[in-house]
Design a protein around this ligand. Sequence first.
Ligand code: 6PG
Length: 250
Amino acid sequence: MSAAAVPPDPRLLRFGQADVQIYGSDAGLFAAAEEEFFRVLREAVKARARCSIALTGGSTPRRLYESIAQHAAAVDWSKVTFFFGDERCVPPDHPDSNFGMASQTMLSVPPVSYAPVHRIKGELPPPEAAREYEQELRDYFGDALPRFDLVLLGMGPDGHCASLFPGSAALAEETRWVAENWVQRLDIWRITFTFPLLNSAAEVLFLLNGEEKRAPVQQIFKERQPLPAARVQPAGKLLWMMDEIAGGEL
Ligand code: 6PG
């Protein structure tokens, strides 16, 4: 009697440039995401004595950030610089602030707190916040399009990533690195990396899980719909990490 075929965990798939890893449990998913985070970080610091990471907001990464902070010991955090791929147009102490969430879960926790952090000033008028952040990127990277060692992204149920929402103006931005973006559905301004900046990264890691991501995953990978997240096609590595609830139909 042949043993019932047990699917591998994670299941590894490839869709064009995207490496897709589908995990049977959240524990496995977040452990693997953390391992990839530290792998990129250590390689960058070893090769160039510096590492640039753009963090994502939302709720999914909280668990990852908390775990990174708990396992932060064996890294020279002074050589790691954190940025944000997007921000809500609120002050840093507002409950919706991506900086506030990342700071509370990871960035304020020693030794990660030794890493310089460039937050997007969501409290400024949106055009000024975008202009100022792009200048901060130029001050750090120079005037060539930045090549982040790692850009972390999540994805919304509508297939948005960063603050690049379906139907929003920033989707069409081809020269600016950072843009203010009016999000009609939410009736709010956001500040976001644009596709040129996202697609210049050495590695983009999408991290998602749960039922509400199942539909956009299907739309992107099976129906090939050009949702915003599908348009992230970086010069370097593209890695999608998800659980079987979000990726079970693939
Ligand atoms: C934000 C994020 C956004 C997020 C998705 C998924 O500012 O909210 O940058 O792009 O990654 O909305 O959010 P969840 O992880 O909460 O599902």
